[in-house]
Design a protein around this ligand. Structure first.
Ligand code: ZN
Length: 199
């Protein structure tokens, strides 16, 4: 993702927030639907080896920091799930080949049931909920509220980030068939937004 120019990346903010994009050329302006699911990946530094225990990264800390800064705070704010995935060693890779995870079909069924639940309850997906609907449909209990407050202060979340975490928690609760997100489900949603917590 950081291989794109920063101003190109910034244009993603509008579709990610509004699900539409407005293009202005001279006297003409056109509005297009642009609701999308953005899936992006990046390396931790230009050479890709930062954090490698073998010490293969040759980037200075400044070069690595400049690379990460290509993604602005407001853009990261609009990306709901941000995960850091460490590279596996060759030994870990071959060990994993023998571990069988859950098959795709039952997962797909669970996702489609969760989506159905959202449409039945509110006529739209959780992503599209407005602030007032989030307050009503994603009410955390006291323990969940405390977790949110603590994470929000620690990571300096905007109101947007706060609401987006609640919507992710609402989706996790829907996957589990729960009426309201539990503190554990809020905690899970918070974990998904921590990769850039310190940037
Ligand atoms: Zn590097």
């Amino acid at each position: 993702m950081p291989e794109f120019d920063r101003n190109v990346l910034e244009t993603l903010r509008e579709p990610l927030e509004a699900g539409r994009i407005t293009i202005s050329r001279a006297a003409l302006q056109a509005d297009f639907p642009a609701a999308c699911q953005l899936i992006a990946a990046m390396n931790p530094c230009p050479c890709g080896w930062r954090g490698d225990p073998g010490g293969r990264c040759r980037c200075t800390p400044e070069v690595a920091a400049r690379y990460l800064r290509k993604l602005s705070g407001p853009l990261l704010d609009r990306i709901d799930i941000q995960l850091e995935i460490p590279a596996l060693t060759a030994a870990e890779l071959s060990a994993r080949a023998t571990v069988s995870g859950e098959a795709t079909a039952p997962i797909a069924e669970r996702v489609s049931a969760a989506r159905e639940r959202q449409l039945n309850r509110q006529g739209m997906t959780n992503r599209e909920l407005g602030g007032r609907q989030v307050d009503e449909l994603c009410r955390p209990d006291a323990a969940g509220e405390a977790l949110l407050r603590e994470a929000g202060e620690r990571f300096g979340w905007s109101a947007r980030a706060y609401y987006r975490v609640l919507k992710v928690a609402r989706t996790i609760a829907d996957l589990a068939g729960a009426r309201m997100p539990s503190a554990a489900q809020i905690g899970e949603a918070i974990q998904y937004r921590r990769a850039f917590g310190s940037v």
